[in-house]
Design a protein around this ligand. Structure first.
Ligand SMILES: [Zn+2]
Ligand SMILES: [Zn+2]
Length: 114
């Protein structure tokens, strides 16, 4: 069994505040939010990063992105005012090596990010 913290969250071995689930994708609130709304959208399948993804993951990666507006609508935030971030690699800020999309909303977000 994977010791990956996100795989453990998916298996309910570590508690998380889930906001969305379907057959391929789950989403839960980040425990260290950097915005009023900060959700992590992840595939159930363990893929370390976008750099590790292969063509067979094409549909899955699309599903992760398409989950975002559905999640926004479900939790009652504006479904056309959020930022999606995928950090890839340690130097880019990736800390958990299981693909995850950060959904950030609820405040003005600067560009470029830090
Ligand atoms: Zn994992
Ligand atoms: Zn992250």
């Amino acid at each position: 069994m994977s010791e990956c913290i996100f795989c453990r969250i998916i298996r309910r071995e570590i508690p998380a505040q889930f906001v969305y689930e379907d057959e391929q994708v789950v989403a839960f609130r980040d425990i260290n939010p950097v915005a009023p709304t900060h959700i992590l959208i992840i595939p159930r399948e363990h893929i370390a990063s976008v750099a590790e993804a292969t063509p067979e993951h094409q549909a899955l990666l699309g599903q992760i992105l398409l989950a975002a507006p559905r999640i926004a609508e479900k939790i009652g935030i504006e479904k056309d005012n959020f930022r999606l971030v995928i950090n890839t690699g340690a130097d880019a800020g990736q800390t958990v090596f299981h693909i995850h999309v950060h959904l950030l909303a609820g405040r003005a977000l600067a560009w470029p990010p830090g």
